[in-house]
Ligand binder design. Structure first.
Ligand SMILES: [Zn+2]
Length: 128
């Protein structure tokens, strides 16, 4: 599921999850899975995105500081770090959603009503 998520695909079946780079479909085009499983579902994706951005700060700023100490080029280091922290959450946005779906599905498998609803939409026999 993580491999499918890393390719911005449906974690359940590998079908198309996005209609454009940033636009998540309501349901998987292949298996009919409704991506937003409950209200507030995307808070997990926000947490993942925030953690990735914070990780980039640690790697770039703290790593750069340790690498260049004591002659730290503060201006360049701050510029690279801030630039990355401004762009990364936007570029990572789709992946944060598919990764969250894969993680959440791994500890919260689909419930019977979700399987049935997905099958009805996809016009397929139910499968888990
Ligand atoms: Zn699917």
């Amino acid at each position: 599921m993580i491999g499918r998520a890393a390719r911005r695909r449906c974690p359940r079946c590998g079908g198309k999850a996005f209609s454009s780079y940033f636009t998540l479909r309501e349901r998987c085009a292949e298996c009919g899975l409704r991506f937003e499983r409950e209200e507030g579902y995307w808070v997990g994706a926000l947490v993942i995105n925030t953690a990735v951005v914070f990780g980039s700060f640690l790697v770039l700023f703290v790593g750069g500081m340790l690498t260049f100490w004591p002659e730290v080029p503060w201006g360049a280091l701050a510029g690279v770090t801030l630039g990355t922290m401004a762009i990364l959450p936007i570029l990572f946005y789709p992946l944060s959603k598919t990764l969250w779906m894969a993680l959440e599905l791994s500890w919260h498998p689909l419930e019977e009503h979700e399987i049935t609803a997905a099958a009805n939409v996809a016009d397929l026999p139910p499968k888990s």
